[in-house]
Design a protein around this ligand. Sequence first.
Ligand SMILES: CC1(C)O[C@@H]2[C@@H](CO[C@@]3(CNc4nc5cc6c(=O)[nH]c(N)nc6cc5[nH]4)OC(C)(C)O[C@@H]23)O1
Length: 376
Amino acid sequence: MKFDLLHTDINSKARAGVITTDHGVIETPIFMPVGTAGTVKGVHQRELKDDINPDIILGNTYHLYLRPKTEILEKAGGLHKFMNWDRNILTDSGGFQVYSLSGRRKIKEEGVKFKSHIDGSYHFFSPENVMEIQRTIGADIIMAFDECTPYPCDYRYAQRSMHMTHRWLDRCINHLEKVPTKYGYDQAFFPIVQGSTFKDLRAQSAEYIANAGAVGNAIGGLSVGEPAEEMYEMCEVVTNILPKDKPRYLMGVGTPINILENIALGIDMFDCVMPTRNARNGMLFTSEGFINIKNKKWADDYSPIDPMGNTWVDTDYSKAYLRHLFVADEYLGKQIATIHNLGFYMWLVREARRQIIAGTFYAWKEKMVKQMATRL
Ligand SMILES: CC1(C)O[C@@H]2[C@@H](CO[C@@]3(CNc4nc5cc6c(=O)[nH]c(N)nc6cc5[nH]4)OC(C)(C)O[C@@H]23)O1
């Protein structure tokens, strides 16, 4: 994997760059649609390509390991072939999902024993076997096995959790050297900064991760319920330490406002279930603010979903029609809203990139942050 930093904003730490992998280029800043179990919920791969056009989507080790299971993926030749997606894929390592999803889990130095949320069976994840699972899934970018420190927690817990994540990182790196890639293309490995919301721990973790010398670096342990201001403070500390010539990935973030504020702090890559999850509940993001399409006020509003919209659904369908589909609980409503929201998120990061290159990012960001907070 290669990262070319093309432009850094003069009034902020915002950057425009290009990541190149064996499955094509990724223009940054980038938003990565979440496709947890090998599907971006409700959207065909062909629609993804034609209408939303993401350079990269996310998969998840925890989910894919439990279903369809690694042997099914291996026989298919990896996740790209299995889901017929020939662009980039990033897989999260599952550490976080074990912490946030599985019923019961026991975290020890060796690894994490957990109960499947599907059938209650017991499983064990360690830095070593998670590296092997991600080799088998075959994503272009794979994440370290870490402990996402729960929020809130006391300093002592955050410190111990951070050091364990650092020890697990060393085990991931050592093991990856022994397990070759399986499908003939490279896989980039990203370590993950922890340290909860303590500035000194965040700095310590950022230094440790920077010294690992990986091709890209991630920031974890955020977007877990902390106030946005604390998220921004931690990103400010960490991006001042992480190397400038490597992409920075802020995991699980976030709202359109979170994304613009963090681009200004020097973050290049984002993922979040918000555009897809909120779409399924009828919450639409637009450049003028956000819409709850189930609200009665749209019942006889025959204007396009989003006249400034970026995908064909925005002008093919009216607000009244989309509201009807949600009220009638028709599948099509969720599908239309998902394509709209993902189209908006892709527009947002692409427009941010254009503004950074034009040197007008900061003023544009300030205007957009105010505008997008409006409830329409
Ligand atoms: C914002 C929003 C809508 O996103 C939802 C829900 C709750 O937050 C999210 C998103 N936040 C999030 N923080 C993360 C931290 C780590 C981390 O430290 N390590 C690793 N390996 N992976 C991570 C993935 C992360 N996702 O996390 C789950 C539980 C996946 O659902 C998401 O609120």
